[in-house]
Write a protein that binds this ligand. Structure first.
Ligand code: SF4
Length: 498
């Protein structure tokens, strides 16, 4: 399929088309259509013709004429004094409607293409909307289904008390371990296979500890309140128990653990997470861990390149409970290769029966860097919406949605949703997904997201991507952190401490 656009913002339009056609080709600013093209762009009018010429939009001086030609006939809509954003939005709605009728598919988030649909609920509330107006905005204007609208609203309601009590000068700290026991086929992260990169692990860890100390010192000097610490990856438990002690010992030395709201460590994979490591996490102050089955099907585990069985996940979970972990998250993924709707439901029921405090259901995301895209360019993912629909089992089992986000490249443009038992919402997840405060990121592949206190301004500081680059360029990483002080210097009033 060819999408051709001239003189118009293309990003959102392309995104809508990609929900229906993953192999979409995009061409911008076509000046001379070739035989076979259906576009005749002019410079007198801003004009776009999309998808086999079935949509044409023209911006005149005062009006837009948006014509949609379908097999049933033409639809024309006019708008006075069009703003470019409105033009783009109208195009998106038109294109969405056309492609729904043409393909028979109806992506449930409508034309809401953003990563954070729940943010829109908060924004509408801030403007004075009540739940009924939010619902009509989502379903009427954005063409979101009533089910997804209700999910976004429920999630926003769960977040409200967390947002209300967040201190103005708060922040969180992320610590990245970019090593895993093996590479999953769907992974697009920078993570390295630990067996092959063993020589890098200790030097990496030494630098990482230095960066953590340096960063916490900056946080203290700025008078910020550190609310949560999150050690993620990769797979943090891929490093040895002694190395975990070194890293978490550094955190314990420089952070007042008693004042933290939450301290999470991802113990993602059972093939590298043993009793000793689980005990270390507890001993060094972690209050929440994540053990991530992704699926309880041995066949699917093998298909995604995991070298462990479903039984190993059950054993790991039982060990974590035995050593004393009281707050455990488990991740599942809908849409994995070789999985079925029934298989996904079995995994979900199995997870629920274990009773973890949080269950997070992701939808498979296909990114260019993943082996799955490289090796398996195929279309066996139609069932993914039916899998995600099984999430309704979670509220029935006492879990409520508390954070929700989407990623580009997610199958059928579906969402990832974190569910929680009452009182166990993972705070770091809410803070990062709703961009509520600064997240200081340490380690390879990390990016610090500076958020202005009381404002919307966001600036990023990037670390090097891969462990070897991180070690070699470490001085530059510390140098870049000077921007943190400069950023806060513009927003914090030293006299009033706010
Ligand atoms: S465990 Fe996570 S980070 Fe590691 S390879 Fe698998 S998907 Fe990637």
């Amino acid at each position: 399929m060819l999408l051709s656009v001239s003189g118009l913002p293309v990003y959102e339009i392309e995104h809508i088309a990609r929900m229906f056609y993953r192999d979409l080709l995009v061409r911008e600013g076509v000046a001379r259509p070739k035989p076979g093209d259906v576009l005749e762009p002019t410079t007198r009018h801003r004009e776009a013709v999309l998808c086999d010429g079935l949509i044409a939009v023209r911006a005149g001086r005062r009006r837009i004429l948006a014509a949609l030609r379908t097999p049933q006939g033409a639809f024309v809509q006019t708008m006075p004094r069009p703003e470019e954003k409105e033009l783009e939005f109208a195009l998106c709605r038109l294109l969405y409607g056309l492609l729904c009728s043409r393909t028979g598919s109806r992506p449930p988030w409508g034309v809401l293409t953003g990563v954070r649909p729940v943010r829109l609920v908060h924004e509408l509330w801030e403007k004075g909307a009540d739940d009924a107006s939010v619902t009509s905005h989502f379903t009427g204007r954005c063409l979101v289904t009533p089910q997804k609208t209700a999910l976004a609203l429920a999630t926003a309601h769960a977040q409200q008390p967390v947002i209300a009590r967040l201190p103005r000068r708060s922040c969180s700290l992320y610590i990245g371990i970019p090593f895993c026991p093996s590479r999953c086929s769907y992974c697009s992260f920078v993570s390295r296979t630990i067996g092959r990169e063993q020589a890098l692990v200790q030097p990496y860890l030494d630098k990482l500890c230095t960066e953590v100390e340096h960063t916490v010192k900056i946080i203290r000097e700025l008078g910020l309140r550190l609310c949560t610490v999150y050690i993620g990856g990769g797979t943090p438990t891929a490093i040895s128990a002694a190395q975990l002690r070194q890293l978490m010992g550094t955190v314990r030395r420089c952070v007042d653990l008693a004042s933290l709201e939450e301290y999470t460590v991802e113990a993602g994979r059972p093939d590298c997470t043993d009793e000793e490591k689980l005990a270390v996490l507890l001993e060094y102050g972690a209050t929440r861990i994540s053990i991530n089955p992704q699926t309880f099907s041995d066949e699917v585990l093998a298909a995604i390149g995991r070298r462990h069985t479903a039984q190993a996940i059950l054993d790991c979970y039982a060990t974590a409970r035995r050593v004393g972990h009281k707050n455990i998250n488990m991740d599942l993924i809908a849409g994995l290769p070789r999985d079925t709707v029934e298989g996904f439901e079995r995994s979900l029921r199995q997870t629920i029966s274990l009773g973890p405090e949080n269950i997070t259901v992701h939808t498979l995301t296909l990114k260019r860097a993943s082996n799955l895209v490289i090796e398996h360019a195929r279309d066996e993912y139609e069932d993914v919406a039916a899998m995600v629909e099984k999430n309704r089992l979670l509220p029935e089992a006492g879990y409520a949605p508390y954070y929700l986000y989407r990623q580009k490249g997610t199958l059928q443009n579906l969402e990832n949703t974190g569910f929680t038992k009452p009182g166990f919402a993972g705070l770091y997840n809410i803070y990062i997904m709703e961009e509520l405060h600064t997240i200081f990121s340490t380690g390879a592949g990390g990016s610090t997201k500076l958020k202005a206190p009381g404002g919307d301004r966001i600036e990023r500081i990037f670390n090097y991507k891969y462990p070897a680059e991180y070690i070699a360029g470490f001085d530059t990483i510390l140098e870049r952190k000077k921007r943190i002080g400069e950023f806060y210097g513009r927003y914090l009033d030293p006299e009033t401490s706010c």
